[in-house]
Design a protein around this ligand. Sequence first.
Ligand code: HEM
Length: 122
Amino acid sequence: MPDLDSRENVEQFVELFYQQVLADPELGPIFLDVAAIDLDVHLPHIKDYWCKLLLGERGYQRHTMNIHRQLHGKRSLAGPDFARWLAHFEATLDTHFTGQYTEKARRIAGAIAANMEQGLEF
Ligand code: HEM
């Protein structure tokens, strides 16, 4: 299985991850109804975000925490939501990718999800 060591593979990962998240009965509506994302706008941001975190690319320069804080104001995001999000993230990695970048993605996602969950507790 490939590693998340190129933009091409990171983009493939994001597509596969979002297929799962958007199909999730709890999480899908948060993206599609609450935030009403335009996938053609949203997915390139997510791809740039992971290319920054994993490959050191500089394309993503937005404030992720503020975006989730705003979202949290419309539909509260709590422990079980983060657990589902992470479960899809890890299942996508486990099924399609392997290697040191894959493990880096797993660590970073876990740490950011925990931080974000704490940061939204108020
Ligand atoms: C409960 C878990 C989560 C849910 C339900 C969720 C949902 C969302 C939604 C609906 C948006 C679009 C917001 C908008 O455009 O108005 C978004 C954006 C984003 N999320 Fe999450 N998110 C979760 C966790 C995370 C985590 C843990 C990370 C990072 C590891 C993350 C990274 C991002 C990024 C990078 C964006 C793009 C922001 C931008 O437009 O630049 N999310 N999220």
